[in-house]
Design a protein around this ligand. Sequence first.
Ligand code: C5P
Length: 232
Amino acid sequence: MGKDVIIACDFSTAEETFKFLDNFTEEKPYVKIGMELYYAEGPAIVKEIKKRGHKIFLDLKLHDIPNTVKKAMSVLSGLDVDMTNLHAAGTVAMMEAAIEGLTRPDGTRPLLIAVTQLTSTDEERMKNDLLIDHKLEDVVMHYAQNAKKAGLDGVVCSPLESPVVHEACGEGFCTVTPGVRFADGEKGDQVRVTTPAKAKELGSDYIVVGRPITQAADPVAAYRRCMAEFVG
Ligand code: C5P
């Protein structure tokens, strides 16, 4: 699995996004586009960023009936993104349908990653709101195993969870991990954070880094520092 740093482009307009990306004249970082930007700017922003030579993780977290997810994934694969995702809570059948939809006529497809439980869902909310009466870690691991069973490529998780995910689902099952901060940086609203170097040590395959790069005085230097620590 190719280790890489993915920059979370959490901007609300194409203008801000391109202003940020224009800082990068030598390298073409892997970027994550989320719901905010995609809903504001539509598929055009994906096509434009792709045209500029970046790899794209389209973070839209699909969750619907299998047939709808299959058709939506088929549209996304036509956008030529490199990675996309869905909620494992949609069931194994939904995840299998997603793979079918995502696979292009030539047999290739973007990487498909599952969200297990969102980090905003704690054990109490899971129990009271969702009536899931199990330990949070057990639910996360069960969902990861379902994703693997359905043929997905990995999960989004904390770098701290990378070792157990790899142990349960195999080294080839990739971990895409947010919650990364420099040792001397601001944590912001992230609670459990790790440095890029620690994420590497824990075996993360991709780190997703937003504000430490997007809000840095020198975003290119911050990106290079991340790459140096994580990829080496
Ligand atoms: O700015 P920051 O580095 O905290 O950005 C992290 C990115 O990863 C954001 O786009 C955030 O939505 C996403 N993310 C996260 N924690 C998760 C899942 C996704 O921070 N559990």
